[in-house]
Design a protein around this ligand. Structure first.
Ligand code: AOF
Ligand code: ZN
Length: 359
């Protein structure tokens, strides 16, 4: 197999891995492609909810054709007996002859041991193919494992005159296509977060409302320092269908409101600041956090240096007097963020800025 072929098949595995992004909590979404005699004989992504793993699913597709095949996997195959048997052992048993991995797994149960099992069984192994792309595809998982916090995407919509909206009033900044794209981004996240200001003005549902994707809603998190989330809000009323977490400041005494929220199926987290909250979200297995609103929340995350990616859409609307000024614009981004992608959705432009980590 030539180097170009290796890249082509790893690129396919990486694309495949994106398919279940935001759907595999608490596991990463991994892609696996099995190739024999230049043809794909099996391909799979980690199943929704995290299991079975990608390799096990791809091997099931390939059956006997896996013998002598090369496996392209975006993450090092697992070595541990967890809820499923180790993928490294499954690859050995299936008789693959070569395994190409993009990113090493930092999970201490796996870290290096997956590759060792393969190597000890006489299988040719390679690590690090398209590693930068692999790390981007696994950004949430790597962030949770290594930094013990989710990868944070901040989404903001700014008007032509640089406003995020008007206080206490919903202003549509972008059109239906850009808003549909936001629903796709929700579906690709483990959790979505807004502040009480957004809840007060919009009574939002924060679910994914796109055809065929309504079962892909993320966990909904509300920053609500003083537990003001109304019990009759759409969020609380639907908490048993799609989880809701309320994040408040630590309270010393028993709170009646807290008990009522718990009784309605809402989870309550006490955290002194955003960093402490993210730490607790990581403990709950949340790797990809989508921060959707509003201005105060966005600014708090930016000021705390806790944003990894900024998706900024800009519409032709003018908000004018009484507008809430955006802390950023496409031409004025915080230091370290680079434009990686630009899209057009009807009349709106969308800019994807990512923080380039110095390693
Ligand atoms: C793989 N292929 O597709 C994924 C892997 O809770 P468990 O037993 O399912 O194990 C979770 C760990 O498995 C997770 O932390 C990560 O190390 C690995 N995820 N490994 O071989 C996959 N999703
Ligand atoms: Zn596995």
């Amino acid at each position: 197999m030539s180097e170009a072929d290796d890249q082509r098949f790893m690129a396919a595995a990486l694309r495949l891995s994106r398919w279940h992004e935001g759907q595999t909590m608490t596991n990463p979404s991994v892609g696996c492609v099995l190739v024999r005699d230049g043809a794909i004989v099996g391909a799979a992504v980690t199943a929704r909810d995290g299991r079975p793993h990608a390799e096990a699913r791809a091997l099931a597709v390939a059956g006997e054709k896996a013998r002598g095949a090369t496996a392209y996997v975006t993450l090092e195959p697992c070595a541990h007996h967890g809820k499923t048997p180790p993928c490294a052992n499954a690859l050995v048993a299936a008789g693959v002859s070569r395994v190409v991995v993009s990113v090493a797994d930092p999970d201490p149960r796996v870290s290096g041991q997956g590759l060792k099992i393969l190597h000890d069984a006489g299988i040719a192994t390679e690590l690090g193919l398209m590693e930068d792309d692999g790390k981007r595809a696994l950004a949430g998982y790597l962030s949770r494992q290594i930094r013990h916090r989710p990868f944070v995407t901040l989404k903001l919509a700014v008007s032509a005159d640089g406003m995020l909206g008007r206080r206490g009033e919903e202003v549509l900044i972008t059109g239906p296509l850009a808003r549909a794209q936001v629903h796709v981004m929700r579906a690709e996240s483990d959790a979505i977060l807004v502040g009480m200001g957004t809840v007060r003005s919009d009574d939002p549902q924060l679910t994914v409302r796109l055809p065929e994707m309504s079962d892909r809603s993320p966990v909904r998190i509300i920053l609500d320092r003083r537990l003001e989330l109304p019990l009759d809000s759409l969020l609380v009323k639907s908490a048993r269908d799609v989880p809701v977490i309320v994040a408040c400041v630590p309270v010393s005494q028993e709170s009646e409101k807290r008990e009522k929220l718990l009784a309605a199926g809402v989870d309550v987290i006490e955290a002194g600041d955003l960093a402490a909250l993210l730490d607790q979200l990581a403990t709950r297995g949340i790797s990809l956090l989508f921060v959707e609103g509003g201005a105060t929340v966005g600014k708090a995350f930016l000021d705390a240096g806790l944003v990894d990616r900024i998706v900024l859409s800009q519409g032709p609307t003018m908000v004018g007097e009484g507008g809430l000024e955006s802390p950023l614009s496409p031409s004025d981004m915080p230091e370290g963020f680079q434009l990686v992608r630009e899209d057009t959705f009807g009349p709106d432009r969308s800019y994807d800025f990512q923080k380039i980590e110095q390693s």
